[in-house]
Structure formats: structure tokens, C-alpha cells
Design a protein around this ligand. Sequence first.
Ligand code: E4P
Length: 217
Amino acid sequence: MKFFLDTADVEEIRKAVGLGVCDGVTTNPTLIMKSGKDQKEAIKEICKIVDGPVSVEGIGETAEEMVKEAGEFSSWAENVVVKIPMTREGMKAVRLLSAKGTKTNVTLVFSASQALIAAKAGATYVSPFVGRLDDVSQDGMELVYSIMDIFCNYDFDTQVIVASIRHPMHVLDAAHSGAHIATVPAAVLDKLWAHPLTDKGIEKFKEHHEKHKKAIK
Ligand code: E4P
């Protein structure tokens, strides 16, 4: 299972890369806005730091506009993946881009039928948004299980990125489902490492080591 970082914050990305837990990055216009940087400048910097796919999202509405944006984004770095929204025009764009060998990440996926359509269009990745579904009293992880079932039935090459992750249980459930990737905010990634019993155990062993050293002097 791969971990992507769901952020455009370069420092967060550097930290995760240093810890060996950043297989890629996903961004969107909200995350770029939060970074305070120009999109092109931020993406170019991120693509240099990360040895893996970096998803970039535009605002095009027609297939033509999306393909044009994709051409621009792809010229920034080799590891750019173009995010395409789950619309009819979006799926036209995915077909065109897939034929040209451009990698796509179909975003804003909220149903299994949308994921199926995206896979048939040739999407490299699909991103079901689990947190946003939970927010409206629908079980986001149920959607991931359903997509994984369908993709396994037909052996699609399209990989599933569990997105809109809010807490560590989303990451664990994603792993249980067999989803290929979880894209994780830095704050959630931090929580995956921590356990109070680990800290307590280290303290105890240190204490006993010191005690024993004094005793055998
Ligand atoms: C990633 O591709 C998505 O843009 C992101 O996970 C959305 O997360 P949010 O629902 O917390 O904004």
C-alpha cells in the first residue's frame, strides 16, 4: 500500500520524504491556496522533492479546456499526474489523455458507478472522497470496498486512491480494503506513528538500563 501526502506544503512533504513515507503527493486548488504559493512554482518544487506521482488540479470545464491544462501541467515535470473531475466532459478528457499516455487522477468520486465509468475511460487513478461522504452521513469506506470489489472482478489497471482522509482509522480501513493508495494529510500521518505505550516502554527500558549499570558498578 502506498502513502501519498495530501498537501501542497513543501515543508510537510520534505519531512514525510525524510521519514520514507511519501510515495507521492496530491494537491487541489484549496491546498494550493493554503500554501500561499503560485501553483506552478509550488508544483515544480514538490516534483523535485518527491520521487513519485504528483497530482495537479485545474479548473477547466470542457474536455478541450482540461486537455489544454493537462498539456501545461505536464510540461512542468515528468511526475505530474493530471486531476480530472468526474463529469461527462472529464471522462472525454480522460480518454484523450490516456491515448496520449498522460496519467490522470479522476477526482470527486462519490459512487461506485462513477469509479467504474472512470476506469473504463482509462483513468490511471480514481479518488473516492471518504471524509466528505462521512460528513453527509454516508459510509465513505463502504464506497471504497465496493470499488475494490468491482475493480478486482474485472482486473482493471486503474488504481484506487482513498482521499479526503480525516483520521487514522480511514487509513487502516483503506489498508484492509486493499486500496492501492491512501492520500493522507500530514496531521493524520503524524498520528499513525504514535502510541503512548511505546513511549512508556522506552522510558521504562531506559530507567532499568541506568539502574542495572549502577548496580553492577
Ligand atoms: C485529494 O485528492 C483530495 O483533493 C483531498 O483528499 C480532499 O480532501 P478534503 O475533503 O479534506 O478537502
